[in-house]
Every structure is written in C-alpha cells, then in structure tokens.
Design a protein around this ligand. Structure first.
Ligand SMILES: [Ca+2]
Length: 534
C-alpha cells in the first residue's frame, strides 16, 4: 500500500511539475496596435516616401522578426477594425460595421479566452469601442478618440482619471507600470498596448515639435491625381489634403488664415499648460506667420490662384511632418516597453506584434484618411518578433488579415479557436513553414453617408487582381491589375482583355461572400440601421 501511495505521489508530482513547466513556457503576448499608422511610414517597408526617416524600434522589430508584406484589414476604419481584432469575425457578424453603432462586449472575444486559460490580461490606450471592456484584468483606456495633451483615461471602464503629459509618453509608461506593479507574475501576460497616434489631428509631443521641420519630402507621384480612369467613388470622396483638411484642426492655425474664422484648436489648446503652450508657439508661431506673409495677400484666396501647387506643398509638409512627429513618439514608447522586457530577461519569451488598425494615405491620390479598398488603406503594417519561432529578417508574402490575429494569438497561447472565429492563425507562416494558405481576401466598408464621403463597397483581392463593387447610391464595379497598375490608376472593368479574369473574380467574390456569411440582405439591414439613426 505504501508503495502504491508513493507511486501515486510521484506521478502526481511529476504531472504537476510538467503543468507548471508548461505554464512557465507559455509565451507572453505584447500586442501593439497604433491608430492610422501606415506601411509607407515604416522604413523597413521600403515604400520610398520616407527617404531617410527611420524609426529605430519599429525597424528593430522588422530586423529581428518578420515583416508581413501583404497584411490587410477587412474594413478600413478605426472602431470596426478593433472589433474585428477582438472577435476574429467580419464586421457584418460582430455587428460593429462603422464608427457610429455600438459594440457588443458580451460576445466572444479572444482576451476572455486568454483570461479563462490563466493569462493576466490588460488593455492600455485607445480602444474606441465604448462600453465597459470585458476580458481584461485591468484596463486604462482613452474615452473615444482621447486627447494628445493632458488626457483623461478611464480605469477599468468606470473611473475617469486625468493625467498631465502627452498621451504617447503616458501610454507606454502605463504599460511598464502595470508590468512592474500589477502583473501577477505566476501567469503569462497578454497586453493590448494601443497608442492613440498617429490619428488625426497629430499634435506632437513637446520634444518633437521641431522634429523634421527642415526636412523636405517629395510628393507621391500621383498626388495631383485627377481620378480619370476611376469611378464616381474616387472622384466624390472628401479626403483631399488640399481641399478637405481643416486650417485649424489639421493645419494648426488658430484661425482660418483666409477667412479669420476661429478653429477647433481652441479645445486642445485649452487643455495645455502654459509651458506646453509656450513650447508649441515657439515652433508653430513663426511658421504660421511665414505662411500668412507668403500666402495671404490681403483677402485673396490662394485656392483660386495659380499658386495652388505651392499651397499643396505647404499643406502636404505640415501634414506629413506632424504625422511623423507623433509616430516618433510612438516609436520611443515601443522602445521603452521593449527595453523594460529586455532588462527583465523576458523579451524573448514574449511575442511582440506590431500593427495598426488600417493603412493611411500620406498624399497618394492627393489623399489623407483611409476607408477605400485601394492598396494604401487596405494594407496595414504587421511586424512580429518571437525569436523562438521566427527567424530574424523574415519577409512573409502570404495575404493575412486583421481577422487572423485573434486565432493566431490563441494558437500561440496553446488554445483552440472557437469554431465561429473566421480568421486563420498565421503562426506557421510567420515561422517560415510551407503551409497551404488562402488565395484571396474579402473586404467590406460601410460608413456612408458619413465622414469623408467614401461610398459603401465590398470586394475581393487576389495576389494579382482586385474587384470592387461600390453600391447604395451607385452601382459601379472596378477591377485593377496590381501587377501592371500597382497604384490603381486604371480601372480595367469591362476591358475585353480582362474578360476572363473579370468572370473568375466575380465567381471568387461570390464564393468569399458565402464563405464568410455576407449577403445583399445584410447590406440592406446595415443600410436600414444607419438610416434609422439619422
Ligand atoms: Ca484608425
């Protein structure tokens, strides 16, 4: 009997210690998602726009891990993208199709599964989904869009707390504070670390107010796009840098230099301390005065004069510099958190995923903003560092989507994805394994009528082609050959040379809509829902 007891004891001890070891080995997950950061603003993507602007910590992730060249979103807009991330489901199934409607936190989201499986979970930064976050042991989130200067945060979905400082310095500090003080070290951690930047209106941190002020950038070669060769949607959008950016909010003028109307900057300026305001005025004051001296002769409106190109140059530079200034702060924050993990000796047991909620135009087609299924906004950065599985300097060509992140994170955590999650784990392809993978992705954008007037559309993209259907108040199809026309300047729909391709893409698109459970009936439901709110 004694022998049997001893045997049982030894076996249970072995079993328990194996379990402990397994728990020890489960990787930590640091998921970093910025807002509106775009591939062409990361040097490692080699898109040419940045010339010599280099963000060392983001580029470090690419150098020491994998860069996904074909990383896409399913609906290129902020809050819906976050809902796709959490649920692993398309907008038409998770219900968050646009920035306007509510998000249902009661549904299955991956942090709940991690939490149940013994992960310590935290959400820090921007989530933009309203309601009380679920699935997190700790959350400290910006209300809505949040503020760059001296922002309020909501602790655990309830208590509002105001902090002094710049949002992009505070958020990484909160991440480090949580790791240092609140993380239950008996568990692996899973953090959603979500900067606000580089979302509009790009208000730089004090130390970067002058950063890049003297740097000249080349216009993207299709900046002065006349939208010939595309359809109504491209012509009628309201996201042009020259015509649709606000003098105050975006261009940082306290009043419209041509009309004298006061700008919306009064609100963010009202939040700043005297020191912050003085530092700001030292840089923007003289630059704005110079603009007025050069561009506002009396009450003449420059937009109607032949100097439109000079005006475009000013706006493009103010925009691009401010955008990159706030990215610089994000990069510092990433460096801070990576440095902390490194110092504690846990960086290599942490899967670091860097991505954004969609891509963004930095002057391509003359635009800012996102929304379209065209390449720049359909794409988003994806860099992953996990030296245990991913070779340094890997480049992944397979087409992945933000739909895939939830299943991937569960996979890394050793968990099965729920049967109704629609994405696929990209863990094996990140590790360079030769696995069969999808040949097409499906996309659907909804927020119309709405900000920036980008019409509702859905479509399919294969490795080489893209088919888009714009619907609701128009019924137009566009087809692009990404090999011969990577900047999507020429719609070849109904071009006889592409007749077979067109037919095959229509078939593939219908298959995808069926596979993912989307339909014309759902389109109508979401139109009705949106109209009923107006
Ligand atoms: Ca966004």
């Amino acid at each position: 009997m004694k022998k049997i007891l001893l045997f049982v004891f030894v076996v249970s001890w072995l079993f328990a210690s194996c379990q402990e070891k397994e728990a020890e080995q489960r990787p930590n997950i640091l998921f970093i998602m910025t807002d509106d950061h775009t591939q062409q603003a990361i040097y490692a993507y080699e898109k040419g726009l940045l010339d010599s602007v280099y963000f060392p910590n983001m580029d470090r992730l690419a150098k020491e891990g994998a860069l996904f060249r074909n990383s896409f979103v399913t609906n290129s807009i902020c809050a819906p993208s976050r809902a796709v991330l959490l649920t692993g489901k398309y907008s038409h199934l998770n219900g968050k199709v646009d920035n306007v409607g509510p998000f249902n936190w009661d549904q299955m989201i991956y942090p709940k599964l991690l939490q149940e499986a013994g992960y310590a979970t935290a959400l820090i930064g921007k989530i933009h989904l309203g309601g009380k976050p679920q699935g997190y042991d700790f959350s400290l989130t910006l209300p809505g869009q949040g503020n760059y200067y001296n922002p309020e945060f909501i602790r655990n979905g309830e208590e509002e707390v105001k902090f002094e400082g710049h949002c992009e310095a505070l958020i990484p500090q909160f991440v480090v504070d949580w790791l240092e003080n609140d993380w239950d070290k008996s568990k692996p951690f899973a953090i959603n670390y979500h900067p606000k930047a580089p979302h509009r209106n790009w208000m730089p941190e004090e130390k970067y107010l002058s950063y890049l002020e003297d740097k000249e950038f080349e216009f993207p070669d299709n900046f002065f796009d006349d939208y010939e060769g595309r359809g109504t949607a491209a012509r009628e959008q309201e996201m042009e840098i020259v015509d649709n950016m606000y003098w105050g909010w975006d261009m940082k003028f306290e009043e419209n230099p041509f009309t004298g109307e006061p700008s919306r900057l009064a609100a963010p300026f009202g939040r700043m301390t005297e020191e912050q305001m003085a530092a700001w005025n030292e840089v923007y004051g003289p630059a704005n005065e110079k603009f007025i001296r050069e561009f506002v002769p009396g009450d003449q409106r420059i937009a109607d004069t032949p100097d439109r190109k000079a005006l475009a140059k000013f706006k493009f530079h103010r925009y691009l510099r401010d955008y990159l200034k706030v990215v610089k702060s994000v990069d510092d924050g990433i460096g801070k958190v990576l440095g902390y993990l490194e110092e504690k000796g846990i960086l290599d047991n942490t899967i670091v995923i860097y991505t954004s909620d969609q891509g963004f135009y930095l002057g391509e087609h003359g635009w800012y903003d996102k929304r379209f299924m065209y390449e720049t906004s359909l794409s988003t950065p994806l860099l992953v560092r996990y030296p245990k599985e991913i070779k340094a300097g890997s480049v992944v060509e397979e087409m992945v989507m933000n739909l895939d992140h939830a299943p991937t994170i569960l996979d890394y955590a050793g968990l099965e994805k729920p049967h109704d999650m629609q994405g696929e784990s990209w863990r094996a392809i990140a590790a360079g394994e030769d696995v069969s993978w999808r040949d097409a992705i499906y996309y659907h954008y909804y927020e119309y009528p709405g900000a920036h007037s980008v019409k509702r559309h859905y479509g399919a993209r294969t490795e080489r082609y893209k088919l888009i259907h714009f619907y609701y108040d128009i019924d137009e199809w566009e087809l692009y050959d990404l090999k011969t026309d990577p900047k999507e300047m020429n719609n070849v729909y109904n071009d006889p040379a592409y007749a077979e391709v067109q037919q095959a893409l229509h078939t593939r698109l219908e298959e995808l809509r069926e596979q993912y459970g989307d339909s014309d009936e759902l389109n109508q439901q979401y139109i009705d829902r949106s109209l009923s709110k107006n």
